[in-house]
Design a binder for this molecule. Structure first.
Ligand SMILES: Cc1ncc(COP(=O)(O)O)c(C=O)c1O
Length: 421
């Protein structure tokens, strides 16, 4: 059994150009720690703004209290999809890192645990966040429960209605779950007036609702699932662990693939490999209904609908983008995080987009062959894996493909039903 990594991997010091830092949304100047006005804990603000060791060191020690909770589910298995290989009749070897094997069924706990830990250390009493499909909300619910804090989750209204068991799960761990847009905030009230948004919501709106709530609630801190530099940093426990597992099998990855919503699971999975494995192809699989990396612009933009949060340099469809009601709640966001955007712009990571029908067929095929139902988000990565494995067959190349299985879809079966049955 491989050990749990003791460090996260910070990719930013390896970048050749100056990395574009977050800007204050009102002054347009580089953000300072004091600009966060305690919305997030100081240590996370330092990680976000690359202050001190976070701007210089690639190895960042994981706090002991975080490691103690990682032990609940890490190391996660690295599995081989032999039945999928056989079905595709490909010479490629296909491996997948099972981030579904966590108590919430996805990679999200890797960063919710440290985010709640740092908040608790600074005497926070309540964590507020937004969630798409509910994976992130569940991770915050369970982490807040572990550290004895209250939690409030604004959940995309469409997902709230489609996923009652995800809502129940969050409630079981003590969260207050509010469908977004809601009438509890200024942002929510504005969004309720916009007919395309009132029934579905968007991640940008959920985020603004969460921030407004933090600003009005004493002792509250904001937690964010995927857009921050720190969320990606924490997720690198996946890649560090996977590297040890591949080494043990004597394997080098030729192709590494992950799905992308904000970009945290793909980043966490690939970043530790990027400086060392210069011949490896890294692929980011997004939804063609929200084609941020494949069709968006690379520029500074706001992270949330009402522009409360710092601007970051990213690929974006514009912070007022209204996502179509696709069945992958976690991929309905107008931008991608800054590090992923930087690496796509440098052509180190290749973006691809996939249609909903193709993605759900890929998810169903994987479930039938390997016995695990993937989350709709994860199925985007599987569509890319199938594409690459078929290319290996055509070119008769025995490549090693490794992908991040970001979450299971047992609470997403309603979405499978609506698309496939
Ligand atoms: C299972 C799963 N995979 C992937 C994602 C996308 O997020 P990210 O790109 O930050 O990993 C989500 C987001 O909700 C998710 O729930």
């Amino acid at each position: 059994m491989p050990k749990i990594p003791k460090n996260w991997f910070n990719i930013i010091p390896t970048f050749s150009d100056k990395f574009p830092k977050p800007l204050n949304p009102t002054t347009n100047k580089e953000m300072k720690i004091k600009d966060y006005r305690e919305i997030i804990p100081k240590e996370l603000a330092k990680q976000e703004l690359l202050i001190g060791k976070y701007g210089k060191k690639t190895k960042i020690k994981i706090p002991r209290e975080v490691l103690d909770l990682y032990k609940l589910y890490r190391p996660t298995p690295l599995a081989r999809a032999e039945r999928l290989e056989k079905y595709l009749n490909t010479p490629a070897k296909i491996y997948y890192k099972r981030e579904d094997a966590s108590p919430v069924g996805s990679h999200k706990l890797n960063t919710s645990i440290p985010q709640v830990f740092y908040s608790k250390k600074e005497d926070a009493e309540c964590i507020v966040t937004d969630t798409g499909a509910g994976q992130w909300g569940s991770a915050i619910a369970i982490s807040s429960n572990f550290f004895g804090l209250k939690s409030i989750v604004f959940m995309l209204r469409k997902s709230y209605e489609e996923k009652p068991y995800r809502v129940m799960m969050m409630k079981m761990f003590g969260s207050e779950v509010i469908p977004s847009p809601s009438d509890k905030t200024k942002t929510g009230k504005i969004a309720l007036e916009i007919s395309e948004l009132s029934k579905t919501g968007s991640l940008g709106i959920g985020m603004s609702e969460a921030i407004e709530t933090v600003m009005q609630t004493k002792g509250a801190r904001l937690a964010l699932g995927c857009m921050s530099n720190y969320a990606v940093l924490h997720q690198t426990v996946i890649g560090n662990e996977c590297m040890t597992q591949l080494k043990k099998e004597g394997l080098n990855p030729d192709i590494m693939i992950g799905c992308v919503g904000g970009g945290s699971n793909l980043g966490g999975f690939c970043y530790p490999f990027i400086p060392k494995f210069t011949e490896t192809k890294f692929i980011a699989a997004e939804s063609d209904a929200v084609p941020v990396l494949t069709k968006g612009e690379y520029r500074y933009d706001f992270q949330d609908y009402l522009a409360f949060l710092p601007m970051i340099k990213m690929y974006t469809l514009g912070h007022k983008f209204l996502p179509p009601p696709i069945h992958s709640g976690g991929l309905r966001y107008h931008g991608k995080n800054s590090t992923l955007s930087y690496l796509v712009n440098k052509k180190i990571i290749e973006p691809r987009s996939y249609s909903q029908d193709r993605v759900f067929e890929a998810g169903k095929l994987f479930a039938k062959l390997e016995g695990i139902v993937p989350a709709p988000e994860t199925s985007h990565a599987i569509a890319a894996v199938i594409e690459e494995a078929e290319r290996c067959k055509r070119e008769n190349k025995e490549k090693t493909i490794v992908f991040n299985f970001s979450g299971h879809g047992l609470l997403d079966l309603e979405n499978y039903k609506q698309v496939l049955f």
